[in-house]
Design a protein. Structure first.
Length: 534
């Protein structure tokens, strides 16, 4: 792996690690900071929704009480019980019905969610007066007598007629249903009713207000933020509001649901009067947040608002920051990669040039070294240039020394060859040849000398004077040496004989001339035999 690659990888890794660490720390810090804020927000929002649901029907008990106490209701009741004419003012039942319908229509102008009815006990619990919003575009409409219906043994009628005069019936929030048939389109309503008793205390009928809950429930659905979920539940386990509309009012639609089973962590809160917000742990996902806000509609019907926020929803700002950090990190990594390549190339270019110079040095002897480079590379280049100069100088000196050594070896070999030839000539000579040092020490003699004097070269080597042995010697060494030099002062060996040359016995001094023919040892001039003392 080249230095450029290593530098690029190191810089990219450094930037990536730094950006990842910053992004992760930011995400964790935001998560810790956002979670309490989210809990406060959804708790406040759920309580607000619950309060809005309660305010939507809060005036219902008072309105139904007012409805029950209307003079028109009393006059209509007296007229009906007395053959169609009120005995007090002789007003007919039809007039009282018209008066009551007009009063209710005027009241409904102020109550857009109301539908008001007076239902009698007689004639199969038939409606006496009904004012609703079945007119064009939801306008208030007084239903003609021909369109009035019998409610039969409807639960709300049966339960209300049993009450005493001051008691109020409040139904659960349910789909509008008459005689076992659910109206379409579906309309969620809350019924508030009171019994109407005759003067003798016998039940005459009931007054009832149908409160349309659809506007309130639609406001609940629209108030939730994207990614969050809101539910409205009742005490029987039904969903009044659910993100999946098919699961609403399951008990009426034949698909029973139970929010307590779906949310076991909130099941114990059924019937609670205090709201709360908490973290909901989840083993398969990050923890989420949930708020629970109960409300008692019209002082009787318990409902609750549940707002759930998944982790991904309330961590969306943190996730956005994380994604932005990742994007910035990727850009930073790309910039770091480009910058690393530029820096690495600027750093490695002198090194590459230096490497090429080093590789070319053995081939070219000298190469251009980037000594002008800056920084540590320039220092290294200059140091290497100095080393190269010293190496070249030492190489030249070594070559010179090697050449001198070669010449010395050649001369030595030449002299050794000459000495070998000289030694071969001396050894092969028939003349006795003795070599001595300047102080007279015998350094060697040849085989002819061994035969002549009877001593081996090993025995004679290193001796300085003649021995007084019984072996004869022609003379003392000094006499031989001096007379030989005086007899032949300018004699030179003949060409081609590197050692000694043969001298005729007739030319030798008398003192040293041996008797070659007799084969005897040399004798002295006096004819006496004297041993060589060594």
């Amino acid at each position: 792996m080249t230095l450029t690659t290593r530098l690029a990888i190191a810089m990219i890794a450094l930037v990536a690690i730094a950006v990842s660490a910053v992004g992760w720390l930011s995400y964790r810090n935001l998560e810790q900071a956002l979670l309490p804020r989210v809990l406060d927000r959804i708790e406040t929002h759920s309580r607000f929704i619950a309060a809005e649901l309660d305010s939507h029907v809060r005036s219902g008990p008072g309105d139904i009480t007012t409805f029950q106490g209307l003079a028109a209701v009393a006059g209509l009741m007296r007229a009906r019980l007395n053959g169609g004419i009120n005995p007090v003012d002789q007003t007919t039942e039809a007039v009282w019905r018209e008066r009551l319908a007009g009063r209710l229509a005027a009241q409904m102008a102020l109550k857009p969610a109301y539908s008001l009815r007076l239902i009698g006990v007689a004639d199969g619990h038939r409606e006496i007066v009904r004012v609703d919003r079945s007119g064009p575009n939801g306008a208030v409409r007084i239903v003609p007598e021909a369109e009035l219906k019998r409610v039969g043994d409807a639960p709300y009628f049966r339960d209300t007629i049993k009450l005493v005069a001051d008691e109020i019936y409040v139904s659960s929030v349910s789909l509008s249903e008459e005689n076992g048939v659910i109206e379409t389109p579906h309309a969620a309503i809350l019924r508030i009713a009171k019994p109407v008793l005759a003067a003798d205390g016998k039940p005459f009928g009931i007054v009832i207000v149908n409160v349309d809950m659809r506007p309130a429930l639609d406001r609940v659905r629209s108030s939730v933020r994207p990614g969050e979920k809101v539910y409205v539940v009742d005490g029987r386990g039904d969903y009044l509001v659910h993100p999946d509309r098919s699961r609403e009012f399951g008990s009426q639609l034949g698909a029973p649901t139970d929010w307590r089973r779906d949310m076991p962590y909130l099941a114990a809160s059924l019937g609670a009067t205090q709201g709360f917000a908490r973290i909901i742990p989840d083993q398969a996902a990050p923890p989420s947040a949930a708020a629970f806000a109960p409300a008692v509609l019209s002082g009787s019907e318990w409902v609750a608002v549940i707002e759930a926020v998944p982790n991904a929803a309330f961590m969306a700002p943190a996730a956005a920051i994380r994604n932005s950090s990742i994007l910035v990190g990727l850009i930073a990594v790309l910039c770091a990669a480009a910058l690393a390549l530029l820096i690495a190339r600027s750093l490695t270019r002198p090194i590459v040039e230096l490497t090429r110079a080093v590789e070319a040095a053995p081939r070219d002897g000298m190469a251009a070294i980037p000594v002008a480079a800056g920084g540590e590379t320039g220092v290294l280049a200059r140091a290497f240039a100095h080393v190269m100069e010293e190496a070249n100088a030492k190489t030249v000196a070594l070559e010179r020394e090697v050449e001198e050594h070669r010449r010395t070896i050649a001369a030595r070999d030449h002299h050794a060859e000459r000495e070998r030839l000289f030694s071969a000539a001396v050894e092969s000579s028939n003349d006795a040849i003795i070599t001595m040092s300047l102080d007279g020490t015998i350094t060697g003699w040849n085989s002819a000398a061994e035969r002549l004097f009877g001593y081996t070269a090993a025995e004679a080597a290193g001796k300085k004077k003649a021995s007084s042995t019984t072996r004869p010697c022609v003379c003392e060494r000094t006499a031989v040496w001096s007379r030989s030099r005086s007899a032949y002062p300018r004699s030179r060996p003949p060409r081609g004989r590197p050692s000694a040359y043969r001298r005729s016995p007739a030319t030798l001094p008398t003192a040293t001339r041996p008797d070659w023919r007799s084969g005897n040892r040399p004798r002295s001039a006096a004819g006496s035999s004297r041993p060589l003392r060594i």
